[in-house]
Design a protein around this ligand. Structure first.
Ligand code: HEM
Length: 511
């Protein structure tokens, strides 16, 4: 009896503690957003959320309106679905809403990389220097060189003129853009190590192709890896792939390459100076590769596919491309010089810009997350204020909240290549909700402190790819009546969406 009572008390305390941890006692307090704890203790709504994030959030929005809190795998996320209120979250001070805490957690779990306190500053300093302004000029030239090499070798110049080559459009676009971007960022093999420059180019092409196939294996596993739901066999495969990426991209291998981007070099150098060990720096290189290469390939596929399915759009973009070539006195001839597509030329493509924005509006869907650092109140654009608890998370899903809102973008599911063009032909930035002008009307790059630092480079990559496709090749869908494949709904929240299946096309050199 003497021992029974303390044991009983300990058991009751453990059960109550467990229930507390599982969130069983959390109740909506006055002034807080509507609370949805979900059907399963602790897990909450995670299964429905993971199955189809957009569908789940739409259901919650219809039930609760523009703000609600849902439990997802032990965390409470408050979603804001009113784009007029986004500014208050995006611009909130870091002391209240912080991006780093959540990002560090994810990066550690998914990439085994332990970020330092200055990681974010280092990233933004090197991105400002090398992915924007004058630095972007160098990156764009490097991308151009590698893109031409990949594209023109995918169909050899000795191929009989007029002979068609067939491929899956998703596979082709992702493969070409991934390999060219990878080489532009992480550098080329040298004549010194390979014997001759031609041999070095060949090694670049072959090795980047092999690397792409391994990257795609990781890419396919990524959503379930990020949610922490991989079965043991696939976990082992992820471990194998990570080790392969760390060794392929290693600091040591990098030292044998040339034309490495300043973006990669500066970040490595800063970490070396801080005393970070080599294996951790190798992991960081893979993190950079993932951030830079996971979205651009799929986006280039959607861009080209939408243009192919909309002849009037393809014609308008083709006219722009041909006009620019005429203006700069360039002509494509068999055996003639390659196209010199400069950053200046890429600044004069409003029609292509609009087609890119429209593609990203339709096919890019990140979930943007901030950690709540202290109890705070959040003001919505309609004047209502809500209390948010420390330790919770605040999240935006702009795809549902604004990109697909018919009030902001009429016929939101239709690709309109000129949606982001004014009648005068310049960039359109006036979009309205409830009669108010929206600052955040299309958010493929996120916003605020975590806004994609590679957005200018990425936009150029997409434009270069389409420009060169139109210039060097004739191309068409194998079955022009085939429907655009649906989005794979298991990937909501991670950036550019993937299609559920590929779509066959054929292409041939125009000269
Ligand atoms: C179409 C292509 C791309 C899309 C749609 C895209 C989208 C995004 C989005 C939505 C975020 C913010 C995520 C968040 O707030 O949690 C992000 C972050 C990031 N992106 Fe991109 N991105 C693209 C291409 C690139 C490229 C080409 C690079 C580099 C060369 C790059 C580098 C990064 C990095 C380093 C971050 C992390 C930023 C941070 O931690 O503050 N991205 N990207």
């Amino acid at each position: 009896m003497g021992l029974l009572l303390p044991a009983l008390i300990a058991l009751v305390a453990a059960v109550i503690g467990g229930l507390y941890i599982l969130g069983a006692f959390r109740k909506r307090q006055p002034g807080e957003p509507p609370l949805e704890k979900g059907p399963i203790p602790w897990l909450g709504h995670i299964l429905e959320f993971r199955n189809d994030t957009a569908l789940f959030l739409q259901r919650m929005k219809e039930k609760h309106g523009d703000i609600f809190t849902v439990q997802l795998a032990g965390f409470y996320f408050t979603f804001i679905m009113d784009p007029l209120s986004f500014g208050n979250i995006v611009k909130e001070a870091r002391a209240k809403l912080d991006f780093n805490k959540f990002a560090r957690h994810l990066v550690k779990r998914v990439f085994d990389y332990q970020p330092t306190d200055s990681d974010h500053e280092l990233l933004h300093a090197s991105s400002n220097k090398h992915l924007m302004g004058d630095g972007l000029e160098i990156m764009t030239q490097s991308m151009m060189k590698n893109l031409q090499s990949m594209m023109l070798h995918s169909i050899d110049s000795t191929t009989e003129q007029g002979a068609w080559k067939e491929d899956g459009l998703f596979h082709y676009s992702y493969n070409i853009v991934f390999r060219a971007g990878y080489l532009a960022l992480f550098g080329n093999e040298t004549a010194k190590t390979c014997g001759t420059l031609d041999k070095a180019h060949e090694v670049d092409r072959l090795e980047s192709d092999k690397f792409f196939y391994e990257f795609r294996k990781y890419d396919k596993l990524f959503p379930r890896l990020a949610y922490g739901v991989l079965p043991p066999r696939e976990k082992m495969e992820v471990e194998r792939l990570k080790r392969l990426f760390w060794s392929t991209l290693s600091v040591h291998k990098l030292s044998e390459k040339e034309n490495i981007s300043g973006w990669v070099l500066d970040q490595q150098e800063a970490r070396r100076e801080m005393g970070m060990d080599e294996s951790m720096r190798n992991r960081h290189l893979f993190l950079l590769l993932w951030a830079a290469q996971g979205n651009t390939g799929p986006s280039s596929f959607w861009l080209l596919l939408h243009l192919m399915k909309h002849p009037e759009a393809l014609k308008a973009v083709r006219n722009e491309v041909e006009e620019l070539l005429r203006e700069t006195g360039q002509e494509v001839k068999r055996g003639g010089p390659l196209i010199d597509l400069t950053r200046d030329m890429l600044l004069k493509t409003p029609v292509l810009d609009s087609a890119v924005d429209e593609t990203l509006r339709l096919k890019t869907a990140p979930v943007l997350i901030r950690g709540v650092m202290e109890d705070m109140s959040l003001k919505m654009a309609d004047g209502n204020e809500y209390r948010i608890r420390q330790g919770d998370r605040v999240a935006l899903f702009p795809y549902s909240a604004v990109q697909m809102d018919p009030e902001v973008h009429p016929e939101p599911h239709t690709f309109k290549y000129n949606r982001f063009l004014t009648p005068e032909g310049s960039k359109k930035t006036d979009f309205y909700k409830n009669g108010k002008k929206l600052r955040y009307y299309n958010m493929p790059w996120g916003a605020g402190v975590s806004m994609c630092p590679g957005r200018f480079f990425a936009t150029n990559e997409l434009k270069q790819f389409v420009f060169l496709m139109l210039t060097y090749f004739d191309f068409e869908l194998k079955n022009p009546h085939e429907e655009i494949p649906a989005i794979d709904v298991k990937r909501w929240g991670f950036g550019s969406m993937h299609p559920v299946r590929d779509i066959q096309f054929r292409y041939r050199r125009r000269f």
